[in-house]
Ligand binder design. Structure first.
Ligand code: GLN
Length: 542
């Protein structure tokens, strides 16, 4: 029977609960168990799809087209198990489900309340995972003590009571701040947050104590005593240089061992962590360095491009090089701004994006890469900008633009109102809702035999994840192909451009999808491996 591990957080947010959950998932997998991870987000949006990435970080998209929390990206990267719509829930979605049911009359006669109706809905989200894995890890977003988090704690408490102590376990992640004046790590916030959790009826089984330095035995004993948790279950979780070290360090501190012991499962044999050892070794001992400029507009929060950063690192792992990312605000290239910021980089990438701000700067960056023969990778918006750039500067269509920025005489990128998914026709109107209505999730593409991308993928049919509303207009293909940009990936019906490339360039590829979402440290995405390699070749020339 499935066992459930609840992960909560205390003291502050941003403790890396998502990473901790993902790392524990990887450790349990390394011990031969199957795992499934899911996340409950206390905010009121139905999903993060309409939020700016600077609010809550990147929006992670699953194969089945769900726009989800970026922690699902960590789960996939660490466990290799594809996430789905059913792995992420928000308070908004919970309420929407309950209220829709109320309107249908399914609760006739009843008063709808947080307990039991909202908590029942949360429990149903957890319970539907029964039987899908040996361990289901359920992470609750936010911090214990938040008003929004309360129904989730209550639901988790009820759930653990229903399935029984031997099938449910609580891990609480906390923070031990270092006070320089006192010269010590402080345990009091942890004590208070455990107290808060106990007030919700949950006694944590394991404490994961985040700290920026060694936690000495005395401090651990103190936490154990005051929080009523056995010493060996007060687990130090210190900062590490690379997130891929986390499974190794948590294992060294006994996290997976304590989880198994608490469930009464055998814990004597050691898990096989050789793949993690290898990844960490490659990260710690690179043979050289590649400098990549990421020209975007959400550069103030690195979580905005979480999967992208990781996929680039994976490309570095595969090539045994350190990848240095230079995040550059696209707007600095506008109005004659300096392109010398791009002068000494080995490759340029324009990532996904929305809206007009910064687009002229992105187009300048593409032009620089194309003309100066610097490896260029355009992702989603970055592909659209690359096609607009070629239309303007190679075909001489100075008005080339996207209808995303308003009416244009040369709609090189335009709104798609109909497309085919599998055997189904999907239709959208230009005036519809903005939430959840983009071309989302996995679509197949057919690659041109003999093209660069066909060689990179080593096959001619691929499936990649999408998240965009606009498409490159096929009417411009013949003119562009005549001038050297080829459309080497199309939807199977030939209607949607998926990949462009310039064969007469060291490495120039634009993709309409988000390959970064599927890259894993131990299974790096071929496009990123190839792009970093191109950057490496460039670095050897300069
Ligand atoms: N804004 C563009 C579109 O909607 C690109 C989206 C993206 O880069 N994810 O088509």
């Amino acid at each position: 029977m499935t066992k459930y591990i609840f992960i909560t957080g205390g003291v502050v947010s941003s403790l890396g609960k998502g990473l901790a959950s993902a790392a524990l998932g990887a450790l349990l997998q390394a011990r031969g168990y199957s795992v499934r991870l899911c996340k409950m987000d206390p905010y009121l949006n139905i999903d993060p799809g309409t939020m700016s990435p600077t609010q809550h970080g990147e929006v992670f998209v699953t194969d089945d087209g769900a726009e989800t929390d970026l922690d699902l990206g960590h789960y996939e990267r660490f466990t290799g198990r594809p996430a789905s719509q059913t792995d992420n829930i928000t308070t908004g979605r919970i309420y929407m489900n309950v209220l829709q049911r109320e309107r249908r009359g399914e609760y006739l006669g009843a008063t709808i309340q947080v307990i039991p109706h909202i908590t029942d809905e949360i429990k149903a989200f957890i319970r539907e995972k029964e039987g899908t894995a040996d361990f289901v890890l359920v992470e609750t977003g936010g911090t214990v003590g938040d008003i929004e988090a309360h129904p989730y704690l209550e639901a988790a408490r009820q759930f653990s009571n229903e399935v029984g102590h031997d099938r449910a376990l609580f891990i609480h992640a906390t923070w031990l701040p270092y006070i320089p004046a006192a010269g010590e790590l402080k345990t009091k916030p942890t004590q208070h947050s455990v107290k808060e959790l106990m007030a919700a009826g949950i006694r944590p089984d394991i404490l994961l104590c985040r700290a920026d330095r060694h936690i000495d035995e005395g401090e651990r004993r103190k936490i154990s005593l005051f929080c009523n948790i056995p010493f060996e279950r007060v687990i130090p979780a210190l900062d590490v240089k690379s997130i891929y070290e986390v499974p190794l360090t948590y294992h060294a501190e006994g996290l997976d061992t304590e989880v198994l012991k608490r469930f009464g499962l055998p814990a004597e044999t050691q898990p096989d962590l050789s793949k993690w050892d290898d990844i960490v070794d490659r990260i710690k001992h690179p043979e050289s360095e590649v400098k990549i400029a990421v020209v975007g507009k959400y550069t103030e929060l690195s979580d905005s491009y979480k999967s992208l950063n990781e996929a680039l690192i994976h490309g570095g792992i595969a090539n045994r090089v350190k990848v240095r990312l230079d995040f550059i605000e696209a707007e600095i290239f506008e109005n004659g701004g300096p392109t010398n910021a791009l002068e000494d980089v080995h490759a340029i990438l324009v990532p996904g994006g929305f809206g007009q701000r910064g687009t002229e700067g992105k187009i300048k960056a593409v032009q620089f890469a194309r003309e100066r023969k610097i490896p260029y990778f355009g992702i989603c918006f970055g592909m659209q900008m690359a096609v607009i750039e070629s239309c303007r500067h190679v075909l001489g269509l100075s008005k080339a633009s996207s209808t995303e920025f308003g009416a244009t005489e040369e709609p090189v990128v335009g709104l798609m109102t109909e497309w085919v998914k599998g055997n189904e026709l999907v239709a959208r109107s230009g005036e519809g809702d903005l939430g959840g209505t983009m071309r989302l999730g996995a679509y197949t593409a057919a690659l041109k035999p003999g093209s660069r991308v066909a060689a990179i993928y080593g096959k001619t049919h691929i499936s990649e994840r999408h998240r965009h509303r606009y498409e490159v207009n096929t009417a411009y293909i013949p003119r562009l192909e005549e001038k050297g940009m080829i459309f080497s990936g199309l939807s199977p019906d030939g209607k949607l451009p998926e990949i462009v490339e310039i064969p007469d360039h060291p490495w120039f590829v634009g993709v309409q999808f988000h390959p970064e979402l599927k890259s894993k440290p131990f299974d790096p995405h071929p496009l990123f491996v190839s792009f970093i390699k191109a950057g490496l070749n460039k670095s050897r020339l300069v």
